[in-house]
Write a protein that binds this ligand. Sequence first.
Ligand code: IPM
Ligand code: MG
Length: 353
Amino acid sequence: MKLKIAVLAGDGIGPEISRQGVAVTEAVAKRFGHEVEFEHAICGAHAIDVVGDPFPPETLAVCQRADAVLFSAVGDPKYDNNPTSPVRPEQGLLAMRSQLGLFANVRPISTYASLLHLSPLRAELLEGADFVCIRELTGGMYFGERGRTNDRAFDTCVYTRPEIERILRVGFETAMSRQRHLTVVDKANILDSSRLWRQIAQEMEPQYPEVRVDYMFVDYASMRMIAEPRYFDVIVTENTFGDILTDEAACISGSMGLLPSASLGTGTPLFEPVHGSWPQAAGQNIANPVAQILCVAMLFEHFGLAEEGRAVREAVAQSIEQGIRTPDIQKPGGPHYGTTQVGEWIVDFILKN
Ligand code: IPM
Ligand code: MG
């Protein structure tokens, strides 16, 4: 297969993990006989510095002419600590999602047997936990009308029927490809937008008679997720709830550095780690490249290349098993491996196996 990949490294640890993602993509292409071509583009704080726009039109064009986008991270403390800044790197991320029509963010959560101890949760609760969070990505409060006067501010959560139907469909279809259990997470005891979600989900249920559907308020879901993570198979929820729940879910895997995601919709599919730009670690060669590398697995799988995806996952699992780990997941007193050493080990494993 021929694949053209847009590479958006962004800020902080972005460029370091991006290099490993690209190297792993090249290794897979070499081993399985694919042709990949990369086109790099700027985004985030880096793009603000260069052209004053966190998602410039040229970057959009690079994404649009690619088959997939390999994205890393955006964000910089100089904007976080300045609430009056007229432009922020995160706006680039939202513009990117919205302009590429990426309404579904698929965030798989799983565990590695040898890393269970890293979770703040007890190992016996975690063993075998394996679920997918489908987060709506281009609606809700992130994109609703907002405003502010001196001492009053508001954000609006708006969803239309077509927006809800298309994301619920991703939820039902994902459930069909897994254990056929779908949990719709909302706040239908309070919010009208949630009641519309719930109504539409109930209308769609008969189309998927094999899927067991349950409905859970988001407050209870957040508790259940850490009290009984094995309960879940597929969760579908709106943008803000999904943002919060997926950071919580990262506790189950033990490190944010392990979680990839796919953002899918009408435009070019995009693969992004769940973690952010971790500016404090930038340039230190300590960031875990695994989330980015697992994005590469998801990218190949998206194009139906399951063997390729498996090769990447196997290499990652072996690196963890054999202790080739960055400090965030290394055993106390274990050897030090940097971002590049872990990436190179994984590349080698893919090429040799
Ligand atoms: C995420 C991040 C982003 C979000 C931020 C960086 C804008 O937290 O992808 O979960 O809130 O969507
Ligand atoms: Mg988040």
